[in-house]
Design a binder for this molecule. Sequence first.
Ligand code: PEP
Ligand code: MN
Length: 264
Amino acid sequence: LGSRQFQPEDTVITLPHTTIGGDNFVMMAGPCSVESQAHVRKMAKLAKAGGATVLRGGAFKPRTVPYSFQGLEEDGLRFLRQAADEFDMDVITEVMDVPHVEMVGKYTDVFQIGARNMQNFSLLKAVGKTQIAVGLKRGMSATIDDLLNAAEYIRANGNPNVFLIERGIRTFDNKYTRNTFDLAAIPVLKKLTHYPIIADPSHAVGVRDLVTPMAVAAAAAGADGEIVEIHDDPAHAFSDGPQALTPDLYKDMTRRVNLVRAAL
Ligand code: PEP
Ligand code: MN
């Protein structure tokens, strides 16, 4: 169902403030984690000022280490929703477990399925039984076909509102970057599937100074949009501080991406 042969025309997902896919280019931005009501509001204002129409923020965090910050859970979802509503934005946030799908769905416009859950088939089926949009992240060791098969689980269960997120994969060299950004996956996926393809340069490189060049490259490669992490005080971020764009870097990134888009 996800193939171009089955459906030649692009999947276009319509949210209250955003169109994902087709001719539109979407910017999604926000902190890695929802940290507090005041902080996520400040980040929403910044995200919007840079042109983002979708606010990201994790309230349930899939942390590698169990002692790391795990998220504000339902309070975080409420703060995220309030901040997005105040600035006329849509919400994307991660849902980690099947029992949370209904509750998270009350607050969000888009379910994010994290890289670590890309092949959690029970979760894919559960979000597939809703009509809420799903941003499916490529697993860090998933092939392109694995990603497409994971998307198929969502679509086959009745939810056509799917988009894919390239967020970098694990390779032999992770000394200078957190993951390896698979830039070529963008045009490959555009050819194979009608789903919108969003780039996540933040998790792909994990290093602040490398996010903008990869965001620009992804736009040039034909991505349908970007999802990036921003923070006003990255040194004190609750998660993923080293990859967060500061306000100035974020605005510079969106300016460069828009220039590339206009030149295509
Ligand atoms: C995130 O978006 O903060 C996140 C945990 O991403 P990923 O699943 O790609 O690691
Ligand atoms: Mn993160």
